[in-house]
Write a protein that binds this ligand. Structure first.
Ligand code: NAP
Length: 306
């Protein structure tokens, strides 16, 4: 007879590992499938100062390694592979892995996360954590009295720019059009903040620096000319994409592809399937909120199974 799992967790960010720790400690012998980037978004950050419990800054990759070890120590089976397909139509959920094997599970916790969109320019990866970030809440603090730029024109870009004015001396908001997509109230706040300088109709064409980012090359579309801007930090805020392609057509999602869960719950439109972390959250997107949702999902799966 097939080895039927009680709980299978897809994804290995803070939501996934926390779900694993809680369900392992409930004797549910969880299996966690780590995916292509074990540890998730925190593995591409450096200093983390806002995860409670650590007096001094810790490193994102180290934090994820600790979560993984803790999950394994309490009894999680971790499979370093990825999921190719899922079939959730029966009460027993089927998960098809890259190596050709199939997992059958009574419950599934989806914690596949989301990915910040990047511009796709040369050196972008190299400068991540060295002056280039996609999260002002995570990294803004490191730019006290420094000159920074935010790229984008939506609500996220507006909020990130306003947040950064608490630390930075100057914040350039660089947008590819001459109009923001952000809500009017945020636009008013931006205009009334003396630290914000708008650069319209402009795209970033190059990241420049040695170890750390030092400046960016800008292409001004209306003038058809380039210029250089010296900066200490650049924040890309051009949107996120939830990693939900695998589940399309099987679970309810919103128009942007985020999984919809019941109010005050991680339960999806399918019984026994839960979603936790950035895959269902476009508002908070923090490691600690994702971890909290992972805990909720494990407790809900446990209740369902009993
Ligand atoms: P968004 O609304 O999709 O805005 C993305 C912005 O980035 C747009 O201004 C877009 O320019 C620009 N952009 C996209 N690709 C680009 C590229 N390759 N190069 C340069 N610029 C590029 O994304 P978001 O701001 O992350 O917001 C996502 C969702 O979350 C939205 O529904 C938003 O309302 C919501 N949200 C809400 C709040 C809140 O309510 N407080 C806060 C944050 C986010 P164009 O304008 O030219 O397309």
């Amino acid at each position: 007879m097939a080895n039927i799992k009680e709980v299978t967790i897809i994804g290995s960010g803070p939501a996934g590992y926390t779900a694993a720790i809680y369900s392992a400690r409930a004797n549910l012998n969880p299996t966690l499938i780590s995916g292509l980037q074990p540890g998730g978004q925190l593995t591409i950050t450096t200093d983390v100062e806002n995860y409670p419990g650590y007096e001094n800054p810790i490193q994102g990759p180290w934090l994820m390694e600790q979560m993984q070890k803790q999950a394994q120590l309490v009894g999680t089976e971790i499979l370093n592979t990825q999921v190719n397909k899922v079939e959730f139509n029966d009460s027993l959920k089927k998960i098809f892995l890259d190596d050709g094997s199939i997992i059958e599970s009574k419950t599934v916790i989806i914690s596949t996360g989301a990915q910040a969109r990047w511009l796709g320019l040369e050196n972008e990866e190299k400068f991540q954590g060295h002056g280039l970030s996609a999260c002002a809440t995570c990294d803004g603090f490191f730019f006290k009295d420094r000159k920074v730029a935010v790229i984008g024109g939506g609500n996220s870009a507006a909020e990130e720019a306003l947040f950064l004015t608490k630390f930075a001396s100057e914040v350039f908001l660089i947008h590819r059009r001459d109009q923001l997509r952000a809500e009017k109230i945020l636009q008013d706040r931006l205009k009334n903040n003396s630290k914000i300088k708008f650069i319209w109709n402009t795209e970033v064409s190059k990241f420049i620096g040695d170890q750390d980012l030092k400046s960016i090359e800008l292409y001004h579309k209306d003038k058809n000319e380039n210029s250089n801007l010296d900066l200490d930090g650049v924040f890309i805020a051009i949107g996120h994409d939830p990693a939900t392609n695998l589940f399309k057509g099987q679970i309810d999602m919103d128009s942007e592809g985020y999984i919809i869960t019941k109010p005050d719950s991680t339960e999806t439109s399918l019984k026994g399937v839960y979603a936790a972390g950035d895959v269902k959250d476009k508002i908070y997107r923090q490691a600690i909120t994702a971890a909290g949702m992972g805990c909720m999902a494990a407790l809900e799966a446990e209740k369902f199974l009993s």
